[in-house]
Design a protein around this ligand. Structure first.
Ligand code: FES
Length: 110
């Protein structure tokens, strides 16, 4: 039996102010993680879906960065306003949110 159906990792890495790569923490990743956790619980998904803090996912330029397994879907430039769409569309309906995806092309440009 699988422990969780989906696992969401949210980068909460923090770098010193002014660092050239920036960081996800300065873009409110902790609030995003907390809202993800809250909604997962409210919707009764907490036995099958887990949201966890991650360190730097090495996609800093795309932050706030999250990755969802087992699909290995990467999302970038996530804001608090995107959380519900990710929950409803990706987590519940199993349909990735195309507009938020970090594509291979975007990865190669950073
Ligand atoms: S600081 Fe978030 S991906 Fe590097």
């Amino acid at each position: 039996m699988k422990r969780f159906e989906k696992h969401i990792f949210i980068c909460e890495n923090r770098r010193p102010e002014g660092h050239p790569r920036g960081c996800c923490a300065e873009k409110n990743s902790t609030e995003i993680k907390e809202l993800l956790k809250k909604r997962i619980k409210e919707l009764g998904l907490n036995t099958s879906v887990r949201a966890n803090t991650a360190g730097c996912l090495d996609a800093c330029e795309h932050g706030v960065t999250i990755v969802i397994y087992p699909e290995q879907i990467w999302y970038g430039k996530i804001t608090i306003d995107d959380v519900e769409e990710i929950i409803q569309q990706h987590i519940i309906n199993n349909s990735p949110v195309e507009r938020l995806k970090i594509t291979d092309e975007k990865f190669n440009r950073h």
